[in-house]
Design a protein around this ligand. Structure first.
Ligand SMILES: Cc1cc2nc3c(=O)[nH]c(=O)nc-3n(C[C@H](O)[C@H](O)[C@H](O)COP(=O)(O)OP(=O)(O)OC[C@H]3O[C@@H](n4cnc5c(N)ncnc54)[C@H](O)[C@@H]3O)c2cc1C
Length: 451
């Protein structure tokens, strides 16, 4: 049961009462009905890689782990969609499409582990979100079990279903409206070519200014990622790529599309980086080197394990031109609270992921991490941004909802939740500060225990 007491957000923990592993939508429906009969919470879980405590069973109850629903039901290349069960791991779909000239575009850095059901529930992004969009742009419809145990279909293989966009409502609802049991997703044609660049910078300011310069010049790279020196050290130890360890920051920039025009875009990006103070801009020499670069980027969080026993990954978003300021503030806030922070993030989207390094066994450090996280996210709001670029609210950021939204806005969201989940038994204490009609106070027993 200990495996299920938390997800990637390790600060709060609480065991579910029961963990079940359904294989069909009918079984999920029967479990939800049992939850209703015995008046206990029901909480869906995919791979448990949520970094915001989305899978934390705050009030105990039944945890529905969907990883045994892992079939790719259909791939339809002519109509460009696939039908998957929610437990299909993101990368499996792209692997199944390899050689056919297609892939599944949303590619969270956790794509080797996270499920498409979890991606749908959190509206996941990833390095290629900058050009290709987040999960909601790639979901055509779903089959879902509602809070009363009924099974419904919303949307489907065709584009633009008539009526309200209920598919859009479901994506990003973090399991609070329904449990997805089957998903129709768009599949995307592979680009004809790529140019993958590594910009090396002496200062974080120069790197973050280069980001605005590239986007400001009208170029939309497929991906534009930044890694600071702290993370480079861990990556170099793990993968021996040959990253320059004295550089303060690197940008990983990729353009893709038709071969014609890619070289011109590459040259323009190199020039813009140089004008912003890049020491050097390298191009991946071949497909193998490109793949290795992406492996380093996507496994960067894993490499953090070399730096500290625990880490807390924050997820804020700011207008891109505020990135130089935000990065400076992040380092200052880390210093103020004596918490080392390293950064690897989807810079092109203005989506920051400061990683706060700590030891969860030391209550004083946990307190300082929570305080530093709060200050970082407050600063994102002050810059005109938000407290989640892609990881969702979960339990971690629930208190920020009242900072972001007026009470009337929150009430509208609560009424929507009540329409789908009237008793509040489905994923209680998640996402919205009020606890629904179940009457339980919003509480954080696990967080209190940690500090
Ligand atoms: C190393 C690392 C890198 C990451 N990189 C990224 C990134 O680049 N971009 C990004 O967006 N995220 C990233 N994440 C966060 C996380 O991987 C994503 O949020 C992912 O979508 C979660 O998928 P999961 O299967 O692990 O879902 P879980 O963690 O199991 O669940 C997440 C939420 O979805 C709900 N849920 C799960 N399945 C269903 C379902 N079938 N129906 C309804 N609700 C459901 C859960 O209740 C929970 O609220 C990263 C995480 C890690 C650990």
């Amino acid at each position: 049961m200990l495996v299920y007491e938390c997800d990637g957000f390790v600060i709060e923990k609480n065991c579910p009462d029961v963990v079940v592993f359904p294989r069909t939508a009918q079984q999920v429906a029967a479990i939800v009905q049992l939850g209703n009969e015995y008046d206990v919470p029901v909480l869906p879980r995919g791979a448990g890689t949520s970094l915001a405590g989305g899978c934390l069973p705050v009030g105990g109850g039944i945890m529905v782990v969907l990883t045994r629903m892992k079939r790719i039901v259909e791939i339809n290349l002519r109509d460009r969609y696939a039908v998957v069960e929610p437990g299909v791991v993101n990368i499996w779909l792209t692997k199944a499409l390899a050689g056919a000239g297609f892939h599944y575009a949303p590619d969270p850095s956790s794509q080797g582990a996270c499920t498409i059901g979890g991606n749908l529930a959190t509206n996941s992004g990833g390095p290629h979100t900058l050009k290709y969009g987040v999960t909601v742009n790639h979901v055509l419809g779903l089959e879902a079990v509602l809070a009363d145990g009924s099974i419904v279909e919303i949307g489907g293989p065709a584009e633009d279903s008539p009526g309200l966009d209920l598919t859009g409502v479901m994506v990003g609802s973090e399991g609070t409206l329904a449990i997805a049991t089957k998903i129709w997703v768009r599949i995307t044609r592979d680009p004809q070519g790529y140019r993958t660049l590594l910009g090396i910078f002496e200062s974080v300011d120069d790197a973050t200014n280069a980001i605005s310069a590239i986007i400001g010049a009208g170029i939309v790279p497929a991906a534009l990622e930044m890694m600071d020196q702290g993370i480079l050290v861990a990556l170099e130890e793990a993968f021996q790529f040959g990253f320059p360890l004295d550089a303060q920051a690197i940008l990983l920039i990729e353009v893709d599309g038709l071969e014609a025009g890619l070289d011109a875009q590459r040259d323009q990006i190199i020039e813009l980086c140089q004008r912003s103070g890049a020491r050097e801009v390298r191009q991946a020499r071949d497909a193998a080197e490109r793949q290795k670069l992406w492996k380093c980027r996507k496994q960067a969080f894993g490499a953090v394990g070399r730096l500290s026993p625990s880490y807390c990954t924050q997820d804020g978003v700011v207008p891109r031109t505020k990135l130089p300021h935000m990065l400076r503030r992040i380092y200052q806030i880390g210093e103020k609270h004596d918490i080392k922070v390293v950064n690897v993030f989807h810079a092109g989207d203005g989506n920051l992921h400061p990683i706060l390094l700590f030891d969860e066994r030391d209550a004083a450090q946990v307190k300082r991490v929570l305080k530093a996280s709060e200050e970082i996210l407050d600063e994102c709001i002050a810059c005109g941004g938000s407290v989640t670029g892609e990881h969702g609210i979960g339990v971690e950021k629930i208190e920020f909802m009242s900072k972001l939204f007026a009470p009337e806005d929150l009430e509208v969201m609560e009424r929507l939740r009540l329409a789908f989940n009237p008793a509040g038994r489905l994923s209680p204490h998640k996402m919205l500060p009020t606890a629904g009609a179940c009457g339980m106070e919003q509480h954080h027993p696990g967080r209190r225990a940690a500090v």
